[in-house]
Design a protein around this ligand. Structure first.
Ligand SMILES: [Zn+2]
Length: 506
């Protein structure tokens, strides 16, 4: 049996800068190829027990703006050409994220899936693994035989879903045929409302969905979507992949969609103001353990932000809050300066020196260089455990009892290891500030319970505030932007689609 593994992973934030091909990591070109890639390794390992693996191109972009149109077409065509050149395959697994767009707003994932279907032919099963934050398009569903979405946020089930994709590919390669039944609700979630922990509504919807998996149903996925992509495919989407003989898939989709719609007013939209968050931080007293975590959710590089705003940094510094550790602030010029001066040096640090970026105001303060590092960041816990993250050179600076971890490239501070990487010890902090939206909840779980976490509403490219932007490409009406539709019943908003295209039926 020959099974191909191919990939196009991107989560596009319409407010972030356009990405070029050079921004992507080409996992198939890494030393050791896909076997050693953290985004493909578990899939390849499981498949290789029963099949010959054909390693095809896997492009993974960091979260950022839409991909340049010409670069996207080159990549799409390269992926398709390599797949065509691989010869006959018994199945093809697509590693996706599912929230990709291009600079003119095209459905990047749908186009890639269609191109792969075209070269693989109608009878080769295509299995896609997607992020919980995927914006599901008709082209994506109709060109795959199975769609498998993460069920957790923080995404701690990536390994399990990769293994599930391997098992599904083997099953379909053995002759099982599917249909996909799906529904997109006119319901857009703020990035804050996407957690699946602690009885959050999306977690309840996903748990309910999993309770309906039956013998003929291969997979049920509930996608929260990525609203910041500002795409017509934004919105909570339920997808059921079922055996071709299954007759209950529509009912299952309807039940899950109706349940999710009934939760619409429970999805969170609000944050704590910078001023209130700083007062809470100031009110902490030196404890035995860290007291408070402030999440700078709007400057989360995991959502495409540059990780360089100084709203929280300046407010905490000016308020004189001590015992703070903040990271990762991205400022390559400042890192270079710290390396020039050396460890222990005192100087007038200027964050965002000369910046013209919206939201990235310069901020100057006397500082001391605490630590320097040129090592790769390899977290051992949380969502990125096992990954090697491209921070570039990093330093830690001390500003009057406030330690700032500074990187040369934007990387989400999703775990304690990221602060330790630059010589800080978060177990000794009173207050930790992370540029992260939610993944930190897995990587800081040992230090902070839910009641110690504050999501701060500073301005930024990844702001979860749905009113902070002008939307151009959304399908309207959509809740909560268009509150008029709040009164509609589930039957009025649920539209079910079923597709059996792709592989010919027997
Ligand atoms: Zn995600």
């Amino acid at each position: 049996m020959r099974i191909g593994v191919v990939g196009y992973e991107h989560e596009a934030n319409a407010r972030a800068r356009e990405l070029r091909r050079s921004d992507a990591t080409e996992h198939h070109r890494l030393p050791g190829g896909l076997t050693h890639s953290w985004i493909a390794g578990p899939l390849v390992e499981r498949l290789s027990r029963r099949a010959e693996i054909v390693e095809l191109p896997v492009f993974a972009f960091p979260a950022g703006g839409p991909v340049n149109d010409d670069d996207f077409e080159t990549i799409r065509d390269e992926i398709a050409a390599a797949t065509a050149a691989a010869g006959p395959l018994d199945a093809l697994v697509i590693l996706g994220h599912g929230a990709g767009t291009t600079s003119t707003g095209r459905d990047a994932d749908g186009e890639c899936f269609a191109a792969l279907r075209h070269v693989a032919g109608p009878s080769t099963p295509l299995v896609a693994v997607l992020d919980l934050h995927a914006n599901i398009s008709s082209a994506m569903v109709s060109n795959c035989d199975a769609l498998i979405g993460y069920r957790t946020n923080p995404h701690v089930d990536i390994h399990d879903r990769l293994v599930e994709a391997a098992e599904t590919a083997l099953l379909l390669a053995g002759g099982t045929r599917t249909h996909r039944t799906w529904c997109r609700l006119p319901l857009m979630l703020s990035q804050l409302a996407q957690l699946t922990t602690d009885d959050e509504p999306l977690g309840r919807a996903i748990d309910f969905a999993q309770s309906l998996v039956g013998p003929d149903i291969l997979n049920v996925s509930v996608f929260g979507g990525f609203s910041l992509a500002d795409s017509p495919d934004c919105g909570v989407t339920v997808v059921v992949t079922a055996d071709e003989h299954c007759t209950t898939a529509s009912e299952v989709v309807r039940d899950i969609a109706a349940f999710t719609w009934s939760l619409r007013r429970e999805f969170r939209t609000s944050t704590t103001s910078v001023a209130d968050a700083v007062e809470l931080a100031a009110a902490t007293s030196p404890p035995d353990a860290p007291a408070l975590l402030l999440a700078d959710v709007a400057d989360n590089p995991g959502g495409g932000a540059p990780a360089n705003t100084t709203y929280l940094l300046s407010a905490l510094h000016e308020r004189g809050v001590r015992g703070v550790q903040l990271g990762l602030h991205c400022d390559p010029l400042l890192v270079d300066r710290a390396f020039e001066l050396g460890r222990g040096a005192r100087f007038d640090a200027i964050f965002n020196n000369g910046s013209q970026d919206r939201y990235a105001d310069p901020y100057a303060a006397p500082a001391r260089v605490l630590a320097l590092t040129d090592e790769p960041l390899q977290p051992t816990r949380g969502v990125y455990a096992g990954a090697s993250l491209p921070t570039g050179r990093c330093c830690a600076l001390e500003l009057d009892g406030l330690a700032v971890a500074v990187s040369s490239h934007p990387v989400q501070c999703a775990d304690q290891d990221t602060l330790a990487h630059v010589g800080l010890d978060p177990t000794q902090a009173r207050v930790v500030v992370v540029k992260s939206r939610g993944h930190f909840r897995a990587g800081f779980a040992e230090l902070f319970g839910n009641d110690q976490i504050i999501e701060v509403g500073a301005p930024g490219v990844s702001s979860p505030d749905l009113d902070s932007t002008t939307w151009h490409r959304l399908r309207r009406p959509i809740f909560p932007l268009d509150p008029d539709i709040d009164g509609l019943d589930a039957d009025d908003v649920i539209e079910i689609h079923t597709t059996t295209t792709g592989r010919p039926t027997r």
